[in-house]
Ligand binder design. Structure first.
Ligand code: GCU
Length: 578
C-alpha cells in the first residue's frame, strides 16, 4: 500500500490528535447507533496511542472502543478523489462517515484505507467514527486468550489479562490517520526489486495504476528518464544505475525514484516518489549474504511499547531507540511480534539498520491450524509484504514466533504461509522462529533460516549459566543439523530489575543478566552456521500481570524509560569494544 504524499498532484491532511472516545462496555453501540454520534460517558483521547495507558478506567478495557471526530474537506479539493488512510488499529476496525459505513478491516498492525469521494460535503463539517474491537478471543490470529472459555471456567488462568503472548494487549488507533487526495487516475501500487551485476544496479518496477486515461509511466532515477507503457492497469519496467552505490548498514545510500503517470495527451495525472536502496539478501549454505558478503546480525528483539503512549507511534521514541541501538553497536532488530510502523522502517532505511519483519502470528497453537485461519494468515502476509516490500532495511520475513506445531495440519499451515510469502516476494529469505527441540517444529523445513529462542540459565537450568552453556550450543547445533540451514539465536537473556545487585550474581540482578548475555554470546557467536544473536529484549515492556512478571517483562537491556542497565554496557563492550 502506498504511503501518503503531499506533492503537486496529491494533497494531504493529518487527522491525528484528540478524538472523543467511548468504551462499549455493554454491547449497546449497535442498538444505540453510536455511528450517529457519541453521547454520555465520553473520554477525549489522543491518537496515535493506546487507550489503556491514557485513562485509569480504560486500563483493563479489552472490548470495542469507539473514536469520533469532526473534520472538513477543503473546497479546493473538489474534483479530486478523497481517501481516508488509517495506519493501524488494535484490533478489528469498522469506519463510518456521517453514519454511513465505509467498510471494515480485520487485524492489527497494518494500514487500510477507504475512498470518501462520494460522501464528501466540501467545506462542511463531517463526522468520522472508528470502532476498534480489541476483544481478546481464543480463536484469532494471534490468539488473544491463552485458553478457551471452558478451560478458563475450569480455573486454568495464570495471568490478567489471560493472553497467549508475553506483552500487554493494548487497544487503540496506534498510527496516524490521514485524509489525502489523488486524481481520477492514480498510481495504485509500486514494487521495486533491486539487484546488481558488478558496478551496475538494476531496479525492477512492478506498478499498477487505476482510473482512465493513463498512457505511460515515466520513471526518473539517478538523472535518467525511462518511459514505460501502461498495459491495461499494469506497468513493468527496469531502470539501470551505473557505478551503483549499494545500500548497506555502513552506507545506507538511497536513490530517489520519481514516477509520473501521464495521459496520451501528455497531461500529468499522478506523481509519486519512492526512496530505493539497491541491495541483495540471500541464504547460501549456512550463511546469510548481504550484497554477496556474509553478515552477522547483532541486535535485539523489541516492542512498540512506551510509557503513556503504549503502542502509539511517536517519532521521538523511535529516534531514542535507534540512538541507543547504535550506541550498543547493534546492526539489526526483529519487529517482535508484529509489523511495526512503516515510518520506523523508513527510518531504518535511512539509518542503515537491518530489520527482520515479523507477522503478528505469535503464540500459535494447534487449534488454529484450519483452512480458514490459513486463508486469514495469508491475507495478512500479503498486506504486510505489500506494505514493506520496498524497504531495503527489511532483509527477512519471520512468519511466526514460537509456534507450537506438532500435527500434519500444523505442517500444512506453515507450508501454506511459506508458499504465500515466497509468492509475494522472491527476493528475501523467510525464517521460522522455534523455541523447543526436537518436537514442535513441523513445517520448519519449508523455511530458509531458523531463529531459536532459548533461555538457558533462566527458564531452564535457572541460576546455572556456566553449567548450561554446552546445552545451548548443542540445542542450536541440533537445529542446524536437522534443517541444514543458517541459525540465529533470536532471543536469549534474563530478567533484571534495575537497581537490584548481588555478589555472586543471582537471578533478577543486573549482574546475572549481564553475565548470562556475555557468556552465552561468547559461547555461540563463532559457530560456523550461526548468523546472528538478538538479545531479548531491547527494553523492559508492559505485559499481562502474573507471578512471573515484575510489573512487566524485565529482560530489557534498558528500563521501559530507556535508562541503561549494566547489561547494556556489557553488550556495548561486546559489540563495539568500548
Ligand atoms: C519468548 C517470547 C517473548 C517473551 C520471552 C520471555 O521467547 O518470544 O515474547 O517475552 O520469551 O519470556 O521473556
Amino acid at each position: 500500500m502506498l504511503v501518503v504524499k503531499q506533492n503537486q498532484m496529491r494533497q494531504a491532511h493529518e487527522l491525528s490528535g484528540f478524538f472523543r472516545f467511548k468504551a462499549d462496555r455493554n454491547a449497546c453501540s449497535g442498538s444505540e447507533a453510536w455511528e450517529n454520534g457519541l453521547v454520555g460517558d465520553v473520554h477525549e483521547l489522543a491518537v496515535p496511542g493506546s487507550w489503556n495507558e491514557q485513562a485509569r478506567d480504560l486500563h483493563d478495557f479489552f472490548g470495542e472502543g469507539w473514536y469520533e471526530r469532526e473534520f472538513t474537506v477543503p473546497d479546493g479539493w473538489q474534483g479530486q478523489r478523497v481517501w481516508l488512510r488509517i495506519g493501524s488499529t488494535a484490533g478489528n476496525a469498522r469506519v463510518w462517515l456521517d453514519g454511513h459505513l465505509l467498510g471494515q478491516h480485520r487485524g492489527p498492525h497494518l494500514p487500510f484505507e477507504f475512498e470518501l469521494t462520494a460522501y464528501v460535503r466540501y467545506g462542511e463539517t463531517q463526522r468520522l467514527s472508528i470502532a476498534v474491537d480489541n476483544t481478546l478471543v481464543h480463536y484469532d490470529l494471534p490468539p488473544g486468550q491463552a485458553r478457551s472459555d471452558e478451560d478458563r471456567a475450569a480455573g486454568q488462568c495464570s495471568a490478567k489479562p489471560d493472553v497467549a503472548y508475553d506483552f500487554f494487549p493494548s487497544g487503540g488507533i496506534h498510527r496516524p490517520v490521514w485524509l489525502y487526495t489523488t486524481g481520477a487516475a492514480k498510481i495504485e501500487s509500486l514494487q521495486v526489486a533491486t539487484n546488481f551485476q558488478g558496478t551496475q544496479g538494476h531496479l525492477h518496477l512492478r506498478t499498477t495504476v487505476c482510473g482512465e486515461g493513463a498512457a505511460e509511466l515515466q520513471a526518473v532515477v539517478d538523472g535518467k528518464r525511462y518511459v514505460f507503457p501502461v498495459d491495461q492497469c499494469s506497468v513493468f519496467g527496469e531502470c539501470v544505475i551505473e557505478n551503483v552505490r549499494l545500500w548497506s548498514p555502513e552506507d545506507p545510500h538511497l536513490y530517489q525514484l520519481e514516477l509520473q503517470l501521464v495521459s496520451s495527451k501528455c497531461e500529468l495525472l499522478d506523481y509519486y516518489t519512492q526512496a530505493v536502496g539497491v541491495r541483495t539478501i540471500r541464504v547460501e549454505g549456512h550463511s546469510l549474504l548481504l550484497n554477496d558478503q556474509p553478515i552477522f546480525l547483532r541486535g535485539v528483539g523489541k516492542h512498540e511499547d512506551f510509557p503513556v503512549i503504549g503502542k502509539g507511534w511517536m517519532p521521538s521514541c523511535v529516534v531514542r531507540d535507534f540512538d541507543l541501538m547504535r550506541w550498543m553497536g547493534a546492526n539489526s532488530f526483529r519487529t517482535t511480534h508484529y509489523p511495526y510502523a512503516e515510518e520506523m522502517l523508513d527510518y531504518a532505511d535511512r539509518h542503515g539498520m537491518l530489520v527482520i519483519a515479523e507477522t503478528p502470528f505469535v503464540g500459535l497453537k494447534e487449534h488454529l491450524y484450519t483452512d480458514d485461519m490459513l486463508a486469514r494468515a495469508q491475507d495478512t502476509i500479503e498486506e504486510m509484504i505489500v506494505r514493506d516490500y520496498n524497504h531495503p532495511s527489511v532483509i527477512l520475513w519471520s512468519m511466526a514466533n514460537e509456534p507450537n506445531v506438532r500435527s500434519e495440519a500444523g505442517r500444512t499451515f506453515f507450508k501454506g504461509m511459506a508458499d504465500k510469502a515466497r509468492s509475494m516476494d522472491a527476493t528475501r529469505p523467510i525464517m521460522f522462529v522455534a523455541h523447543q527441540w526436537p518436537d514442535n517444529n513441523l513445517g520448519a523445513e519449508f523455511y530458509d533460516m531458523i531463529g531459536v529462542n532459548k533461555y538457558y540459565g533462566w527458564y531452564s537450568d535457572p541460576g546455572d549459566i556456566d553449567g548450561s552453556l554446552q546445552k545451548l550450543i548443542d540445542n542450536l547445533e541440533a537445529f542446524n543439523k536437522e534443517f541444514d540451514c543458517p541459525v540465529m539465536l533470536a532471543e536469549f537473556g534474563a530478567d533484571a530489575v534495575a537497581g537490584i545487585h548481588s555478589d555472586p550474581p543471582a537471578m533478577f540482578t543486573e549482574e546475572y543478566q549481564a553475565q548470562t548475555i556475555e557468556k552465552q554470546y561468547n559461547a555461540v557467536k563463532d559457530l560456523p552456521w550461526m548468523v546472528g544473536t538478538h538479545v531479548w529484549a531491547f527494553a523492559d515492556f508492559k505485559t499481562q500481570q502474573s507471578y512471573t512478571r515484575v510489573n512487566g517483562n524485565r529482560k530489557g537491556l534498558f528500563t521501559r524509560n530507556r535508562h541503561p542497565k549494566m547489561a547494556a554496557h556489557t553488550v556495548r563492550r561486546l559489540w563495539t569494544g568500548q
